[in-house]
Design a protein around this ligand. Structure first.
Ligand code: IMP
Length: 205
């Protein structure tokens, strides 16, 4: 992980192709690193606090945040924003997922779902690559699934956030029951990262 002080050290050599995934979430970073490694793309975690604005578009949130972080550090930045859109709740919490997770959490979501017969939901990500202030590149990823209420055997082993209650279509497991490798076969983030990696390899030969 890179601290801000290191960035001010003139001896610190960022050499060529290194890019920085700006997040406070080590799980997101580990998922990203696993995918990018397959494409031989080196990525470091840039831990940045309190940069996320509230908006009803995850694309707007991700673009604005990436640009701000790029301006602050002058480094090639990857940044993503995700939202959980639950059909039975008219798309709630959507882009406000982080706040809802912090306030009512998974148990609160399950309570809201108690009377719902439709349990389908979509996880969406916008991933932004920003290496100049003029044209941040956006990559979208999404996965449909269901909000489950099955008891997770050991939630502490895998995942974070809504992983214990989200079961992607085509899997017998919720995200929290999957290793990073398994989750990366399905997830919204993995899909956006694949798009990015293919684009990056093409334009950074
Ligand atoms: P963020 O604003 O992109 O960090 O994410 C919004 C909320 O969704 C946060 O509470 C995250 O913990 C949660 N979240 C984002 N991605 C995932 C995921 O892959 N699995 C489970 N929860 C997630």
């Amino acid at each position: 992980m890179l601290k801000k002080e290191s960035l001010n050290d003139t001896k610190f050599n960022l050499g060529g192709r290194f890019i920085f995934f700006a997040t406070n979430n080590i799980h997101k970073f580990n998922e990203a690193r696993a995918i990018l490694a397959k494409f031989d793309i080196s990525v470091g975690m840039l831990r940045v606090k309190n940069f996320e604005l509230q908006h009803d578009s995850i694309k707007e949130i991700a673009q604005t945040s990436a640009l701000e972080i790029f301006k602050r550090y002058g480094l090639p930045i990857l940044l993503e924003d995700s939202g959980l859109f639950i059909d039975g709740l008219n798309g709630f919490p959507g882009p406000y997922a982080a706040y809802v997770y912090k306030t009512i959490g998974n148990s609160g979501i399950l309570t809201l779902m108690d009377t719902k017969t439709t349990r389908t939901a979509t996880f969406k990500t916008t991933l932004v690559y920003c290496a100049s202030k003029n044209n941040p590149e956006c990559f979208e990823g999404e996965i449909e699934g269901e909000i489950t209420n099955k008891k997770i055997r050991d939630q502490s082993i895998y995942g974070f956030g809504f992983d214990p209650i989200f079961q992607p279509v085509g899997s017998p497991k919720v995200f929290a029951e999957m290793s990073i490798t398994e989750k990366n076969l399905f997830s919204h983030r993995a899909r956006a990262l694949h798009k990015f990696a293919i684009w990056y390899k093409h334009f950074n030969k």
